[in-house]
Design a binder for this molecule. Sequence first.
Ligand code: ADP
Ligand code: MG
Length: 702
Amino acid sequence: MAEKLTDIFGMDVFDESTMKERLPKETFKALKKTIENGEDLDSSVATVVANAMKDWAIERGATHYTHWFQPMTGITAEKHDSFIAPAEAGKIMMEFSGKELIKGEPDASSFPSGGLRATFEARGYTAWDCTSPAFLREDAAGVTLCIPTAFCSYTGEALDKKTPLLRSMEAVSKQAVRILKLFGHEEVTNISCSVGPEQEYFLVDREKYLKREDLVFTGRTLFGSMAPKGQELDDHYFGSIKERIAAFMKELNNELWKLGILAKTQHNEVAPAQHEIAPIYTTANIATDHNQLVMDTMKKVATRHGLACLLHEKPFAGVNGSGKHNNWSMVTNTGKNLLEPGKTPHENIQFLLFLAAILEAVDDHADLLRLSASNPGNDHRLGANEAPPAIISVFVGEQLGDVLSQLIETGEATSSKQGGKLSTGVHTLPELKKDATDRNRTSPFAFTGNKFEFRMLGSSASIADANVVLNTIVADVLCNMADELEKADDFDLAVHDLIKKTVTDHQRIVFNGNGYSDEWVEEAERRGLPNIRSMVEAIPALATEKSIKLFEKHKVFSETELRSRVEINYEAYSKAINIEAKTMVEMASRKFIPAVIKYTTELAGSINAVKAACPDADLSVQTSLLKETSSLLAEAKTALSNLSAAIAEAATKEEGKEEAEFFHFTVCPAMAALRAPIDTLETIVDKELWPVPTYGDLLFEV
Ligand code: ADP
Ligand code: MG
């Protein structure tokens, strides 16, 4: 690489240093005030910024700009406008006004709105989110200036994932600042949530990918029997990266760095053909934007390398699926991480209060967190011994667990266990300082040193939902705590009592053991923790009375917005399963069943031919194969008819809950019933006749 990485980094971003360089001092100051303190943006400022942004973009080859937004499909959307405007004598000039920067009206009435917009009153607006920097994207369409925006309806309802995220960030900031004031931190005016998402994905050969309708239409294999080898040898995990994949990663990093994304770690994951990328954490809304860009860029770069990037949560049965770990913490505008326990957490009252607040929030709103990690793909992972269980609990580790026990038992925490030294028994190796707490890979919500890692998210989903919920539920507990503590005569005493009471009341949510064990499922039930098994069963949590009160109180969602999101969730689920079911019908009828018939015909032909040539030859192998294949074929045909009937019946159901439940409880089992005989047939039928690339081809021949 001829260019230096430090020069490449952020070169396609209209970031703070670019703004400082290109904006008049006053404009820069005004914009910075808006970004940092949420002050209103003056339209004269917007005009100047727009002009500078346009000049910068055009110098870099941009011809178009777009308001880049995140509708409730969970992916991003954009509509491009060129900068051109007619000028005299048949010429054009390049124009971009402050108004065009601030506000767009993309129409975009076909995005899911859950009834918030009827198409006849379809005005939808995009509004510039100046806290997330504009950037350039280069692809076959040329260079486009992308302006991160929020998307809302004519009546102001949020139609996207970003608006509620920004609202929730304000909510948690407001309440955390109240608490910090009580601890004497008058200097803190603002806190922001930091998020670092670790992203898992699969890479497969693009040509093979294109031969499978299931991968193309649904992102996962709907059929396929496991190759003789899976992930049992753990030889892929952290293994040396294949050349072709390495070339992909190199280009991906480069593209991400240009976009100012702090791509940091990359490695092979547990399943064959599975990998992970993690950036360095940043503010929640920027992290959300960046994660969308990471997913989008991975797909584009994969194509350039003859690969297909699979972001589905469960592309292959029988090996691990993909998730996303949402690392989350709260940081003050003075740079202090509120989740940093220090060496002696038992003395760190402020930390213990925030910890207690998070325990209460997670315990009280486990259902909302569960929903925030739900999508059709994640139904295949959660609770399936490869991903966190569907039951939400919090891992705090040995050191904090001990501090909490002291608080609960004696009302006083007087010591913190220390990590000590790690000795390997080899003198030439350095003595390592041990962390005070080991890790736990089976916990859905784990404290990892100075942050919480919410580990349930699906790999394809936007991280916005999870962070909206996290921010809001923590804001709510902090709000109640601040109400109580602000009234107290003796703050020290009150805060001590509050911590003790909170951790005592919510100790059931703390679990440091093996989340994959059956005992935990029983134990969790005894503790009264919800075990919500599927997306369809999780959706109602969003619009319970409790949830409406919570989100309305903190102005994150209105009741109307919540109800519309419930509808969108049901609809998204039904649509996803409907497409999967129809794809299965198509593949079974037009690919697998014909292939099996061909094979049985060959077998029958062989039996007849052998019999004619040698009447007393032993035909038991061919005959038993023919019998077995024919009976599986009959089973497949019956299952196919049942699935088709189920799909037809689904179409008669009332849209929303009823339809989604029908898909989950009736169509999904019908799909499984069709898959089973076909997968067995795959292991019997001549490979030459099998019409699609197999798991072995896809997972091991990248
Ligand atoms: P691990 O999962 O092994 O703990 P890291 O410590 O490298 O790995 O962190 C994983 C992710 O968590 C990275 O994206 C990292 O930037 C992010 N992260 C680290 N510290 C914080 C923090 N205080 N708040 C939010 N995210 C963080
Ligand atoms: Mg991690």
